[in-house]
Ligand binder design. Sequence first.
Ligand code: SF4
Length: 92
Amino acid sequence: MSASDPLQEPTAELAALASALGTIPPPCRVDPEAFYAPQPERAVALCRDCHGRLECLALAEAVGEQWGVWGGRSFERRPSPQLSPSLRQRAS
Ligand code: SF4
């Protein structure tokens, strides 16, 4: 899936995130408003301890997320250097 195909669900990325998170609620469940606040520092810090951080980042990039904090990153629509080249290409 690419960011130009928003009607397809990123099932692989969703499954990877669900698997990584397991039954432990992620930190964003504690303070969801922080993840869309104008100042993203608190959300970015909360993501650092999340066991699904890389999977969350991959999902956000796969769906072309354009705002909010996902996977420890405040989105400005740039592929992350932490992702594989193929995923980076899919996210751009
Ligand atoms: S990495 Fe994703 S799932 Fe984890 S706290 Fe951050 S936004 Fe939530």
